[in-house]
Design a protein around this ligand. Structure first.
Ligand code: MN
Length: 131
């Protein structure tokens, strides 16, 4: 069943972008908005958990390398949180971490994307996970 919002379209799903780099954050936000998602932003893992508890996103795009709290730690805490454990998490990694894909998927992430972000793959993967 589809839920309709005031404007008559399907209610927008919420995607949280967790990324410490402002340029990457802006790029991801633009792609997501273009595809009709509501976007929430967080600059590190700690902020991600705090905002996720409040906003209950449908999916999180999680950068792995961030200050304060990295993506691995934040995702672990989210998957342990009874209120958040069903939120889908896509790991976003830099090319420097090439070869870590298996380690990432074994860590309980629902998907994996390498930087630079493929602007076609990103919405396809999100759609597969939450629609
Ligand atoms: Mn980073």
């Amino acid at each position: 069943m589809q839920v309709y919002g005031i404007k008559g379209g399907a209610m927008a799903k919420k995607v949280m972008v967790v990324e410490d780099n402002a340029m990457n954050r802006l790029l991801l936000k633009d792609i997501l908005k273009f595809h009709g998602y509501e976007v929430i932003e967080a600059l590190n893992g700690e902020e991600c958990i705090e905002k996720a508890r409040r906003e209950l996103p449908d999916l999180i795009l999680m950068d792995m390398q961030m200050p304060v709290m990295d993506g691995f730690e934040a995702s672990l805490l989210i998957k342990k949180d009874p209120g958040l454990k069903n939120v889908k998490i896509i790991a976003v990694t830099s090319l420097a971490m090439h070869g870590d894909k298996e380690k990432i998927l074994e860590s309980g992430f629902d998907g994996y994307l390498a930087k630079p972000i493929d602007t076609h793959k990103l919405p396809e993967l999100i759609k597969k996970l939450i629609e």
